[in-house]
Write a protein that binds this ligand. Structure first.
Ligand code: UCC
Ligand code: FAD
Length: 584
């Protein structure tokens, strides 16, 4: 009974065609694949406990949250450097909706659920499901939430008693009056990937306190309306009195952004508001630190590994945002297919259109399985007894899931625009925002290249490839009837595993590793996602899930003619490198 169109009287008095807009309802209840997948991965006692909240929240993200999000988009933040009398005030003016979204986030427990841990190792999944529902309605308020979540985790791991009593409770409270958000300021003009070159310096105070005065230029500081931030700076070496270069010279610091009066900045100057392609409601600024008071966290010179504990959380939030974007795009395009007629029939009856939709849906489903899996592993690593296998898996799957779902979401949201035709390209349709907001998921929190190198770092430091391949084998161990879709999928996955082993055997050749790092990461992600789809199909026993798994394997693994040897990886020989240089 979907309304497709109506007639409206024009100024001329004639009646004209009026297209119905796509409509979305409860974002939990309409996500039947999610609902079914949760039955597989969450024990029924916990699911019964959290599901009513997910159903309620699924409505809310289409109600007031969506309205506040839209208000923020229509009224982006402004930097007011001076007041009318020429006094430097450095105010960031945001739409009131932004502050309300912060309050809602506290009350809804969007950070706290993961730390209250009422659902034990399933708490992370519960928290992230709520953010998944929230992401595309919230004008990317999930960005400040992700860094706050990372900040809370960093303090749990490295915070001293003082920070655990004065800051941590503010990140994990449900009381909006006491809720703080936190930023993560790593990037400087010298580089966001190559953080080891950072120029910020921290001078210890001479009063015997653990305070430092920090100076430097932070080139990207997102969600600058936060109350605190975790930053990196170089402090003096006791032996030489100079600043040690490289990443071993960097320490991590906690700073408050404003002084206790809540108005004046903590000795810093906001130079400008960034003029961004997307995430326009999120205030991102350039800030100069001018002797900002900071407290060192953890050991001197261990700033990068310490702040990596934030990265390992925010990268999962990135996955949440990417998968949520795919889901929103597919939901819109599918609804529209039933409302739009072309050449005499509905788009939903057009084979070419629906095969595009199916491709988008398959990307979303594989992405969702990745998100559920990584969220569960994070919960297990935090709540269960220490398990090196879980740690290794999480270490490699975090960059893999981030880098792969980011790219998928860019493709799917671009396709969403095209699915809605010219109106999809119109700003006031709200659809271009999906693409603009997700384009950055491949840049911030580590670009695709940088994360591909991080995958290699994890293989070296955590032996994570062996663990990953074991996990793929165990997820696909059960056999099915010869010639069935799952049997075909299993064969393709086995071939992919062989290819992965073969490629990794060449990994002593550094040139080969570097030239192929991205392709290798894609292959690992696609193979792991195939195993997750396989696991789900085995459980559901539904023909549609089996076929989706088979089609994923065909599109992602088989169609690249990978038979264990012939995958199109770059050669690490001189002629390839010469051509690369010529092109550059
Ligand atoms: O973009 C940002 C915020 C955006 C807003 C938030 C949005 C969140 C999404 C929400 C959705 C809406 S903040 C900036 C993000 N910046 C990055 O991601 C940096 C990218 N660069 C890297 O990831 C690099 O790999 C570095 C900087 C982490 C490391 O590079 P280096 O200098 O080559 O360092 P090393 O020597 O390889 O690593 C230094 C140490 C090593 O430990 P030790 O010293 O014990 O050997 C590494 O093992 O750091 C350790 N380490 C890690 N440990 C490096 N990466 C990790 C890791 N991921 N986990 C654990
Ligand atoms: P570069 O590091 O100069 O990279 C340029 C290109 O070189 C990229 O394509 C990259 O993939 C490639 N490259 C770099 N290293 C390698 C390598 N080893 N191998 C192969 N290729 C490589 N940062 C913060 O700290 N806090 C924030 O709050 C924050 N907010 C942001 C908000 C937005 C909207 C954006 C766009 C960025 C934000 N950033 C923030 C910065 C972000 O993390 C960096 O932009 C990102 O890490 C890339 O760094 P860069 O811009 O210096 O690019």
């Amino acid at each position: 009974n979907i309304t497709t169109s109506s007639k409206q009287k024009g100024q001329s008095g004639y009646e004209y065609f009026q297209q119905e807009a796509p409509r979305l309802g409860n974002q939990y209840l309409e996500d039947s694949y999610l609902i079914e997948s949760l039955k597989r991965v969450v024990p029924s006692n916990y699911l019964n406990e959290i599901e009513p909240d997910l159903v309620r929240f699924g409505d809310r993200v289409m109600g007031d949250i969506l309205e506040y999000g839209r208000a923020c988009e229509n009224n982006p933040p402004k930097h007011v450097a001076y007041d009318a009398w020429g006094r430097r005030i450095d105010k960031i003016v945001v739409d009131e909706g932004w502050n309300i979204l912060k309050d809602i986030s506290a009350v809804e427990g969007l950070v706290s659920i993961g730390y209250e841990r009422k659902q034990k190792e399933f708490s992370r999944l519960y928290q992230y499901l709520k953010i998944y529902l929230f992401a595309c309605s919230s004008a990317v308020f999930d960005c400040p939430l992700s860094m706050t979540d990372g900040g809370a985790r960093l303090l749990e791991l490295y915070g001293d008693k003082e920070l655990m009593t004065t800051a941590y409770p503010h990140y994990v409270t449900r009381d909006p009056k006491n809720f703080w958000t936190s930023g993560q300021w790593m990037t400087e003009k010298t580089g966001g990937s190559d953080v080891a070159n950072s120029e910020s310096v921290a001078e210890p105070r001479k009063d015997g306190s653990n305070r430092y005065d920090i100076s430097g230029y932070k080139y990207f500081t997102s969600a600058t309306t936060a109350q605190t931030a975790m930053i990196l700076a170089r402090d003096r070496e006791p032996e030489t009195g100079g600043f040690r270069s490289g990443s071993r010279g960097l320490s991590a610091f906690f700073i408050k952004i404003r002084k206790d009066n809540g108005k004046d900045l903590n000795n810093m100057m906001i130079h400008k508001m960034k003029n961004k392609f997307g995430t326009k409601a999120v205030p991102t600024t350039e800030i100069e630190l001018l002797g900002t008071e900071g407290v060192m966290i953890g050991n001197k010179g261990r700033g990068v590994p310490i702040i990596a504990s934030i990265l390992n959380i925010t990268r999962i939030h990135n996955v949440i945002h990417s998968v949520a974007t795919m889901r929103r795009g597919v939901a819109l395009a599918r609804d529209f297919a039933h409302r739009r007629k072309v050449f005499g029939s509905s788009l939903a009856e057009n084979q070419l259109y629906i095969s595009t939709l199916a491709e988008m849906e398959i990307e979303y489903r594989a992405g969702l399985q990745f998100l559920l899996n990584v969220s569960l592993l994070l919960g297990q690593s935090e709540c269960l007894e220490k398990n090196p296998k879980i740690d290794s898996l999480l270490r490699i799957l975090t960059p893999l899931s981030k880098l792969y779902t980011a790219k998928q979401s860019i493709l799917v949201s671009s396709e969403t625009i095209e699915c809605m035709g010219g109106t999809g390209y119109m700003e006031d349709s709200d659809i271009p925002r999906l693409l603009r907001d997700t384009q950055v998921t491949a840049i911030w929190e580590g670009t695709t290249n940088v994360l591909s190198m991080d995958v290699w770092r994890s293989i070296k430091s955590h032996n994570s490839l062996v663990v990953l391949l074991d996990e793929i084998r165990s997820k696909t161990a059960a056999t099915t009837k010869a010639g069935s879709p799952l049997a075909n999928a299993k064969q393709t996955i086995e071939n992919a595993v062989k290819a992965i082993l073969e490629i990794s055997n060449g990994s002593d050749d550094l040139d080969f590793v570097i030239a192929n790092a991205k392709k290798f990461s894609f292959l690992l992600s696609q193979t792991y996602m195939a195993a997750l789809l396989y696991e789900h199909a085995l459980w559901s026993k539904k023909s549609v899930d089996e076929q989706i798994c088979e089609r994923w394997c065909f599109i992602k693994l088989q169609s690249s003619k990978m038979d264990g040897t012939s995958i199109a990886f770059a050669k690490a020989d001189q002629s390839w490198r010469d051509l690369d240089r010529l092109i550059a």
